[in-house]
Write a new protein. Sequence first.
Length: 216
Amino acid sequence: MKNEIAEWERNEVAAFLRKQKEKKDQFFTSGGFPLQRTYTPDDIEDVPDSDIGLPGRFPFTRGPYPTMYRSRTWTMRQIAGFGTGEDTNKRFKYLISQGQTGLSVDFDMPTLMGYDSDHPMSDGEVGREGVAIDTLADMEALLDGIDLESISVSMTINPSAWILLAMYVVLAQQRGYDLNKLSGTIQADILKEYMAQKEYVFPIEPSVRLVRDCIT
């Protein structure tokens, strides 16, 4: 294969480059790793089979599902969240009617930081850059008329994600859903809040414990 690649570079590649140069001398991934023009089995000859695995099996280097997108297309979701649960619910239903296959919920700053909407610290921020969720009734309004067994829900929230997850599960139980059919995500990357986004409520150790408990 190495000889074949060298011949390919000398002939087809060189002939094509004489007519049209590549845009850059070297290409890199977004993480800064250099990219070769092509890859062959030679590039993985020293990689143990255990590091490659099969789709749907650890270490999941070939994807999290056994059939990947041969069974279903990837989830299409546009993030939304503003005002009250009723406000955002109308937006969700519109997006679903346009072909969206998953929901992505953006929460307002008081909800992120664990404040009720009527708390003095919430003044001016309620429903401003996400939906305000204070109670289970708000969660009911947010997801009213939406079949949670057939659509995944991604909740863009970190420090108080465990509370929103609990509301979500209780809502599903009230509707008589099979919890094994629920799908979606919460954020579980609390350390980045201390380093970058600065949206944290508790000290690091109990925050990490809450994330661990959510994952468990």
